[in-house]
Design a protein around this ligand. Structure first.
Ligand code: PRP
Length: 283
């Protein structure tokens, strides 16, 4: 039977994130040790384990139909793929970084200096746009050590928590771009129905992870104000309570805003405010 081929990172931090997302979306597979392929149980989907940085090109070339990779790597490879879904994980920035005590305040001051990076295309494009020039030292990894090794005056690298920079006594001079983990597809659009099902399933998980369900009771006289605080995804559910001067409200709220929203509702006079995590959803 024909199957949809999805490329996922074989190692590194994205490997775990991608496997968890697929599992939560009901795409279960078991990877035999060192094996490059795994078949999903539920749908005609074959998982191919690849280097994260090769996934954009291999998708564009049709070796895989879809892939999970970083949007930074799509930009760097300039591969022609369609970005189907932002997966809400792996957020990072690509930044020009210099030693903590360096006097630079602008990338233009890097004229004639050496910049070590694994992102030469993104870096060159940024320097061009900002009228700056520098000598690029292209590397595949361990870029953060290159200033200490005397190979470079600055680096362009991914920054997530900033701990790698701190450990190497580096600071950000400027950010070049913001990226995250994404689901991509190529223009051949093989097995469209299965591909769209995968997108919908992953979308359900991504939204569920980003939202919580908030339930509370509020005086009916304050309902309009409460609804403006929790407008919900489309519209909140309002139910009657035994006491006609009160009502119960149920609405989805962004998980990152839950605490502030609860405080606002409490200040408004709402009570019995409960947050429930959503595991999966279809909206
Ligand atoms: C990336 C990047 C930095 C680090 C930044 O490396 O190259 O070294 O993460 O993350 P932080 O700000 O949270 O410290 P990654 O772990 O992806 O592996 P790599 O060295 O193979 O690029």
């Amino acid at each position: 039977m024909d199957s949809l081929r999805i490329g996922v990172p074989s190692k590194g931090r994205l490997a775990e994130l991608a496997a968890e997302l697929l599992k939560d979306a009901g795409l279960h597979f078991r990877r035999q040790e060192r094996s490059l392929f795994a078949r999903c149980k539920e749908l005609p989907v074959d998982i191919t384990f690849l280097r994260t940085e090769d996934i954009p090109v291999l998708c564009a070339e049709g070796a895989i139909d879809m892939g999970i990779t970083g949007s930074d790597l799509i930009a760097e490879s300039q591969a022609e793929v369609e970005r189907r879904l932002d997966l809400g994980v792996g957020q990072c920035k690509l930044s020009i970084c210099v030693p903590d005590d360096a006097p630079y305040t602008s990338p233009k001051q890097l004229a004639g200096k050496r910049i070590a990076t694994s992102f030469p295309n993104n870096t060159a494009a940024y320097l061009r746009q900002h009228g700056a020039t520098a000598h690029l030292v292209n590397l595949n990894g361990s870029v953060e050590s290159m200033i200490a090794l005397g190979v470079a005056d600055a680096i362009v690298d991914l920054v997530e928590t900033g701990s790698t920079l701190a450990a190497n006594r580096l600071k950000i001079l400027t950010d070049i771009g913001s990226y995250q983990t994404v689901l991509i597809q190529n223009g051949r659009k093989r097995m469209t129905e299965t591909a769209d099902r995968v997108v919908r399933r992953l979308e359900g998980v991504v939204i569920a992870r980003a939202y919580s369900l908030l339930e509370y009771n509020v005086p009916r006289a304050k309902l309009a104000e409460a609804e403006s605080i929790t407008p919900g995804f489309r519209s909140p559910t309002v139910s009657a309570l035994e006491d006609p001067s009160w009502c119960a409200v149920r609405a989805m709220v962004k998980r990152s805003e839950v605490i502030q929203i609860m405080e606002k509702l409490e200040a408004l006079g709402a009570g019995a405010i409960l947050e429930t995590e959503i595991k999966n959803c279809r909206l």
